[in-house]
Design a binder for this molecule. Structure first.
Ligand SMILES: N[C@@H](CCC(=O)N[C@@H](CS)C(=O)NCC(=O)O)C(=O)O
Length: 251
């Protein structure tokens, strides 16, 4: 019997949500071990072994898979039959192309969302300390001015052109979905839920704020990104994300 899978995440992370949803939707048992942003760095370097500090990381008991796309491909190979990637070669290629498209949009979502929220120390530290001990919370709160500077520089939040480009890429992602679904279809590829839908919805969820997401449904979180919610309110792609959560995501 294979070892119980362990998924390392941040509760607030949309790439973690993508991996979590892939596992949930395929009915695969796992336990989640959320880490605290900034206190995760040594652990991710050690477990990931690739010089990268990102979550999600899937610990399979025999090794660790870092990166949501690599996790998806690992599940397809090691947890067959894996219904979220079609067996048909052409459909499989389409699913992986959509997944790749929204991974790239997902990177822009981070910059775009923090561009309006990073100055809200109270709101952001609350998000970063969801899974922290009291001592870790004190550390994050005390260090916030410095962490904020590091984050600001890493995400290029002082660069208005970079933020505008991220907004553009986000809007392009939404428009692309609206175009795909304009004939009334429910799913991005084929006639059933695939990793394409899960990737797109999970990576847009920080701005769609579906009720079923434990963090993005919170009033404080929604207030923190209010300008972006107002800007994109009523876009059919965000409505589709919320509908997909209602139809396919446990509460
Ligand atoms: N390509 C990666 C991106 C993951 C990613 O950007 N994760 C963010 C959280 S949403 C992270 O771990 N950031 C912390 C860091 O870069 O150290 C994936 O698909 O897993």
């Amino acid at each position: 019997m294979p070892a119980m899978l362990k998924l390392h995440t941040f509760s607030v992370s949309h790439f973690s949500e993508k991996a979590r949803w892939l596992l949930d939707a395929s009915g695969i048992d796992y336990i989640e071990e959320p880490w605290v942003p900034f206190l995760h760095i040594v652990k991710t370097l050690r477990k990931g072994g690739r010089g990268a500090t990102t979550v999600p990381i899937l610990d399979t008991g025999e090794g660790c898979i870092q990166d949501s796309t690599r996790i998806l491909l690992w599940l397809e190979k090691h947890r067959a039959p894996f219904s979220l990637i079609p067996v048909d070669a052409a459909l499989r290629e389409q699913v992986l192309a959509v997944e790749d498209r929204f991974d790239r949009v997902g990177n822009h979502v981070v910059r775009y969302a923090y561009s309006v929220s990073l100055d809200n120390a109270e709101g952001v530290t609350k998000l970063w300390t969801i899974d922290a001990t009291p001592g870790q919370t004190r550390f994050i709160r005390t260090a916030y001015p410095l962490l904020r500077l590091v984050f600001r520089s890493k995400l290029k939040l002082g660069n208005a052109a970079a933020i505008a480009a991220s907004e553009q890429r986000f809007g392009d992602g939404l428009d692309w979905i609206a175009e795909q679904l304009k004939d009334g279809r429910q799913y991005l590829v084929g006639t059933q839920l695939t990793a394409a839908d899960i990737s797109a919805a999970a990576l847009l969820a920080p701005i769609a704020c579906p009720d079923e997401h434990p963090v993005y449904s919170q009033a404080d979180y929604r207030d923190g990104i209010a300008p972006l919610r107002a800007r994109w309110d009523g876009h059919p792609a965000l409505d589709w994300v919320r509908q997909l959560y209602r139809d396919h995501r446990r509460s």
